[in-house]
Design a binder for this molecule. Structure first.
Ligand SMILES: [Zn+2]
Ligand SMILES: [Zn+2]
Length: 651
């Protein structure tokens, strides 16, 4: 028999093979391809007929794993079409590697088995109501949003919902952003369910990935807690997908194969015909829009745990207070913080900027440091003793020899979190202080530090946005936002939404056990309107306004955006070719095309970049017409095109 077999490579179609073994759609097989042997999957459609004739080779072997479900195949086909990615690359997300499939003994799956536990968890009335709403229509595809203020106990509600499906022998997938810091969450899971979830992210070893992959395909693993890529696991009997922190922009995969994992989770659920729950304190603009249109159902949790109250807000006008030079913490804040410390409150100083200083200049020779690969300044990291490019990872030392008279005399302009940490230590010398940023912690030290914070062994924290995510710090009752930077930089249509999410999450860290808490915003720019908008207890008001703005400007979610980024080594060739490309696709495209313009970061990782933006209706037609035209266009050598459907980042 002849069978179509899709291979995990850059081709957008399956290849035709001959098979003596009886095969059906979804079977995993090993086939020869060129000189290699490759694992592929029997696909649901043959490749289109071409005039070229190929030698048809024979399938070597069928692998003994439960075959890939037809609905999952349909999902992968759709995924490839929507994101304009070759089908083979979509399969690669599922297959991982060529030798992904192995058999493992039951010994490997012991910890994923249920122990009998007896934990009666009391849900509040609000939580019970929410659970009932969530469980309605649980037998087929539907999207439910659980919107609960920070600290209102959302997790327990969706754990209960998941438990009911697991009891009926379904599998579940819980997606989380920032999967690196899941130890607190994992503990909570095990306490509730009495068995281990499989943890899935890019840091899991190859061997463990294979064990998990196989356990999921065979149904031996019940629940996966995973980052973006967990979406592509070959579940045997998936019953529910939960996307926690659905608003989090790290669900967008920005490099390599570009896709939005939250959106793709919803579509996978739709292809599998199973329910999906989105969990958030403040929904993303798209989700909010879908709630309003009643495409998604909604339940809300408004009460915080133990009836904890929401923090108060206070704006500290820096124009009225005199600051010492090279200082970023005002006298007024120091007084306020001291009052909190006297009450044994924990204090957090927050600045969303990594490193020590974002700009370094020598006063004598005027040397400054920018990245040789990108058009961007290098950030000085004192802790690591180097200058670092936050975009490409380029590192260099601070060279202290002027061309002229000996040593350089550096000016460090502006603070990063490390610099605030130094100042805090100087201003509060008797207090135990720690810094919490992705540069200063690894997985091991982070759990130690977390433990100390929770046990109130640390009095002052200094941190970046890493600290705003999901942690429960019982004694944190004072947050100082060192510099509320609300200027959007012009190339991010989500600037306002991002700020809302960030500061809402951040203030959610304070006052979690009922004591009064305050968030202080230091600011020169007295955009008090903006600050009161984003700190409003009812974030829906802000989202309403933002949605209006998007509508009147014809922006997503009212239109589809597709970014086309062309990169190359030669500025002139790039410019000419981008223009030629635009003219070529413009005529037959479904939609409008803007650009080409130089990208805001014109040079990135040694490549110059121009951007084009397609704006069209929200219909797959835009993608399919674009895919067709692009396939007919040949760029000059050395140029590369990247397609980003529904872009978030406009760098
Ligand atoms: Zn760089
Ligand atoms: Zn110098």
């Amino acid at each position: 028999m002849k069978v179509p077999i899709l291979l995990p490579n850059i081709f957008n179609h399956p290849f035709t093979y001959e098979s003596k073994i009886n095969l059906k759609v979804g079977d995993y097989v090993i086939v020869p391809f060129g000189k290699a042997k490759i694992t592929g999957v029997v696909w649901n459609k043959f490749e289109k007929k071409t005039n070229k004739s190929f030698l048809i080779k024979e399938v070597l072997q069928k692998l003994h794993v439960p075959s890939l479900k037809k609905n999952t195949i349909k999902f992968l086909n759709w995924f490839s079409e929507y994101n304009m990615i070759p089908k083979g690359m979509a399969l690669k997300l599922l297959l991982l590697s060529n030798d992904a499939i192995e058999k493992f003994s039951d010994e490997n799956y012991k910890k994923f088995k249920t122990k009998i536990i007896n934990n009666e968890i009391k849900l509040s009335i609000e939580q019970k109501d929410s659970l009932i709403k969530m469980n309605k229509l649980n037998k087929k595809f539907r999207v439910h949003v659980l919107q609960g203020t920070t600290g209102s106990g959302k997790t327990i509600v969706y754990f209960e919902a998941l438990k009911q499906l697991i009891d009926k022998s379904f599998q579940g997938l819980i997606m989380l952003p920032e999967i690196g810091l899941t130890s607190q969450f994992e503990k909570k899971f095990i306490e509730f369910f009495g068995f281990n979830p499989a943890i899935w992210h890019s840091g899991v070893t190859k061997k463990n990935k294979k064990i998990i992959w196989s356990g999921i395909a065979n149904g031996k693993i019940k629940v996966v807690i995973g980052a973006r890529s967990s979406l592509f696991l070959p579940f045997k009997k998936l019953g529910l997908i939960i996307v926690d922190e659905e608003h989090d922009q790290s669900y967008k995969q920005d490099e390599g194969i570009i896709y939005n994992a939250r959106d793709m989770a919803i579509s996978r659920a739709s292809f599998e015909n199973i329910p999906v729950n989105l969990i958030t304190a403040v929904p993303s603009i798209e989700t909010f829009d879908n709630i309003k249109k009643e495409k998604y159902s909604l339940s809300k949790l408004n009460q915080r745990y133990l009836n904890a109250s929401f923090p108060n807000y206070e704006i500290i006008n820096l124009n009225n207070t005199k600051m010492e030079s090279q200082s970023w913490i005002s006298k007024k804040i120091i007084d306020k913080v001291n009052l909190h410390l006297e009450k044994k409150d924990q204090v957090l100083f927050f600045l969303n900027r990594r490193g020590f200083s974002p700009y370094v200049l020598c006063k004598k020779c005027l040397k400054n440091y920018s990245c040789p690969n990108c058009s961007i300044n290098l950030v000085y990291h004192k802790h690591k003793q180097n200058l670092l490019c936050h975009y490409c990872g380029y590192k260099t030392q601070l060279a202290r020899n002027c061309n002229k008279d000996g040593m350089c005399d550096f000016v460090f302009s502006g603070p990063g979190v490390e610099r605030i940490y130094e100042e805090v230590k100087k201003k509060f010398p008797s207090k135990k202080t720690t810094i919490f940023s992705s540069d200063t912690m690894n997985k091991k030290s982070s759990s130690e530090i977390l433990e100390k914070i929770i046990n109130n062994e640390i009095q002052i924290l200094v941190g970046t946005q890493l600290i705003s995510k999901g942690f429960h710090f019982p004694n944190l009752n004072c947050i100082v936002v060192v510099d509320i930077d609300l200027s959007s930089h012009g190339h991010d249509l989500r600037g306002a939404e991002k700020n809302l999410q960030l500061y809402h999450q951040l203030s959610g860290r304070a006052g979690r056990t009922g004591k009064p808490a305050t968030v202080y915003f230091q600011s020169y720019n007295l955009n008090t309107k903006m600050i009161s908008d984003i700190t409003n207890k009812n974030p829906d008001l802000f989202l309403e306004k933002e949605l209006e703005l998007r509508k009147s400007n014809n922006l997503p979610p009212y239109q589809r955006f597709i970014a086309l980024i062309v990169t190359g080594n030669d500025e002139n060739v790039l410019e000419k070719e981008s223009l030629r490309f635009k003219n070529f696709i413009e005529k037959t495209l479904e939609g409008k095309i803007l650009g080409p313009v130089n990208a805001p970061i014109f040079r990135l990782k040694k490549k110059f970049r121009t951007r084009l933006l397609v704006r069209g209706k929200k219909s797959l037609k835009v993608q399919s017409s674009l895919t067709k035209i692009i396939s007919k266009f040949k760029f000059a050598s050395g140029l590369k095109l990247t397609v980003d459907v529904d872009p978030i980042n406009f760098n």
